[in-house]
Design a protein around this ligand. Structure first.
Ligand code: IMP
Ligand code: MG
Length: 179
């Protein structure tokens, strides 16, 4: 295992190893399974949550679980721009559905707020939010995050789906920017 990686000439050090990630994912799945939400529609936010979504969905044993993927992005470089693009990937009606959002990381909450607003316009029955990582010190919104894998300090992280200018998503561990 590499303890350090360089991405765009910045140094990152290992922060959450793959086996710890697997444990965190399993804990969230167990909590979700206990809720017994009826016919849930998991909506994973691309690109960052593709690995989280792939791993957690295999641990979900709720009857008639469905999964779909939507896309927006708010990040350019290592600072949140505050700008968010529109939602892509909802085909057909999701009216009346019980939605469980799957996010890789919630930072300021800008992306989450945008997604919630767009989903609410679709007259969904309920929305719950599950995120692998959460940065409480950066979070600026009042939206309740129902399932948090791990709260982390305000460090920039990459790996396990998370990128730094599109690089690093393939890393099996999560690394943080060395400051
Ligand atoms: P927010 O809108 O500020 O909450 O940021 C959410 C999005 O920004 C996430 O879905 C990620 O794509 C990206 N992001 C936030 N923090 C990080 C980080 O530390 N590393 C990589 N991407 C991040
Ligand atoms: Mg991203």
């Amino acid at each position: 295992m590499k303890n350090e990686v360089y991405i765009h000439k910045k140094k990152f050090e290992v922060f959450i190893k793959d086996n710890e990630i697997a444990n965190i994912v399993e804990e969230i799945a167990n909590k979700l399974n206990k809720t017994k939400i009826k016919n849930p529609l998991f909506i994973a936010i691309l690109n960052g949550s593709f690995l989280f979504a792939a791993d957690i969905i295999r641990k979900i044993n709720i009857l008639n679980s469905e999964i779909s993927f939507i896309k927006l992005s708010s990040y350019l470089g290592t600072n949140s721009t505050g700008k968010v693009q529109k939602l892509l990937g909802i085909n057909g009606s999701i009216s009346g559905r019980n939605i469980i959002i799957l996010e890789d990381i919630i930072d300021t909450g800008t992306t989450l707020e945008k997604i919630m607003n767009l989903l609410q316009k679709e007259n969904v029955a309920s929305i719950k939010v599950a995120t692998l990582l959460f940065k409480p010190d950066a979070y600026k919104k009042d939206i309740k995050i129902n399932f948090i894998g791990k709260s982390i300090p305000n460090d920039f992280v990459v790996g396990y789906g998370l990128d730094y200018d599109e690089i690093g998503r393939n890393l099996p561990h999560i690394y943080k920017l060395k400051t």
